[in-house]
Write a protein that binds this ligand. Structure first.
Ligand code: ASP
Ligand code: MG
Length: 401
């Protein structure tokens, strides 16, 4: 088999950890497999590099920011290549451009365009283990980065380009859990989860995988396994939902977020098409809007309310205020200190009363719901931030214990 193994920051966080990773790669090769490795930066290196830049300027040139951040992965890639060599294996480090990883011309959050895998295929054919820097690529003569947590996406893309049989994501948890085990002791590791469920969970705030990595894995049919580099236990397989998935329990996992703000634009004259104007403007300013509710008040006025990340709240209010002359709304109100709790499960498709059951659990726990949004496989409720943990515990007990 050709296996792509990706090791996250804690997995390569020290010399000892890098040695342990090298042992694991060596075992994989000894078992008769070929291996390509993708690494994150050691420990909190990327955060430390961000801090260094901030100490120089609050307004760093994006090109230089990416040049700086991409160095973290180069350290771990070359150290791991050395560690593999001391074990008698042939290994070679590859930066993004050396590995032929091309991205769009965007700094800080670039999407991958394609991978020219000739160089990687050549070394793998020669029995050399390529150790590739995650999180970075190239656009023209510029080094680009893929956004925080982007090494997962690098690994999946490399696995797709090499047509690998398997992409293993090694991290510091044993797999994907029904919810965060730090909040709910009874949280269980899942054996399997569908791409769509994983994508919902990752997007809804579960930190274990980068959403874009899941999107790409689904698109290219990459078989993904999330597992721990600290244990030998089997992890969680992320795969296409088979018909069996719809027969599973209605809820597979619970995700949550704490720092949510709600912005309400009150009294927008109906004929002004407030929704189109507000959301076009916010999108072009790069504000990510989540749950949206529009309600018609009387015959000719609407209220529009939506949620954003708390850190974007002030900017959002400022942007919407600028639209006041055009929209002539009555008022704008911003509420912070909110959170979001979501239940996710492919089994919901064939299981009607799940939303009702969720609302019942919340009512039973006396947690008021401020807003709701749903998709085929999830229901999200906006609640007070200080009720989030309690909601997660109650929902886990009701659906997953
Ligand atoms: N080192 C980068 C980060 O911390 C990328 C990654 O680890 O996935 O965001
Ligand atoms: Mg990560």
């Amino acid at each position: 088999m050709l296996i792509v193994q990706k090791y996250g920051g804690t997995s390569v966080g020290s010399v000892e950890r890098i040695e342990a990773v090298a042992d694991r790669v060596a075992r994989t090769i000894k078992a008769g497999h070929s291996c390509a490795v993708v690494v994150s930066a050691m420990g909190h290196t990327t955060d430390e590099l961000v801090t260094l830049a901030k100490a120089i300027t609050r307004d760093a040139d994006p090109r230089e920011m990416d040049a700086l951040l991409s160095t973290g992965e180069q350290v771990s890639a070359s150290l791991l290549a050395m560690a593999l060599q001391t074990r008698g294996l042939q290994a070679r480090s590859f930066t993004g451009w050396q590995a032929g990883i091309f991205t769009e011309p965007v700094h800080g959050n670039a999407r991958l365009l394609h991978i020219d895998s000739d160089a990687l295929n050549r070394v793998i054919g020669q029995g050399i283990v390529p150790v590739i820097t995650g999180f970075q690529g190239i656009s023209g003569d510029r080094v680009t980065t893929l956004g925080r947590g982007g090494s997962d996406t690098s690994a999946v893309a490399v696995a797709a380009a090499l047509e690998a049989d398997l992409c293993e994501i090694y991290t510091d948890v044993k797999g994907v859990y029904t919810t965060d085990p730090r909040v709910v002791k009874a949280a269980r590791k899942l054996e399997t989860i569908s791409y769509d469920e994983m994508l919902e969970l990752a997007t809804l705030g579960a930190q274990v995988l980068h959403p874009r990595a899941v999107e790409n894995a689904k698109q290219f049919g990459v078989r993904l396994v999330v597992r721990s580099s600290f244990h030998d236990e089997e992890g969680t397989v992320v795969m296409e939902a088979t018909s069996g998935f719809e027969l599973r329990e209605a809820v597979t996992g619970i995700a949550f977020e704490r720092e949510v703000a709600r912005v309400a634009v009150v009294g927008v004259p109906l004929q002004r098409h407030g929704l189109a104007t507000v959301f076009k403007r916010l999108a072009s300013d790069g504000v990510n809007v989540d749950v949206i509710v529009q309600s018609v008040v009387g015959t000719d006025v609407v209220d529009v309310s939506f949620t954003v990340k708390e850190e974007d709240a002030d900017r959002t209010v400022r942007i919407v205020r600028e639209l006041q002359p055009e929209l002539s709304f009555h008022d704008i109100v911003c509420e912070t200190g909110l959170g979001k709790v979501s239940i996710v499960g492919a089994g919901m498709i064939s299981n009607p009363g799940v939303a009702a059951q969720m609302f019942e659990v919340m009512a039973g726990a006396d947690i008021p719901i401020a807003m709701v949004s749903t998709s085929e496989i999830k229901v999200s409720c906006i609640v007070q931030a200080d009720a989030v943990e309690r909601a997660v515990k109650e929902l886990h007990a009701a659906f997953l214990e």
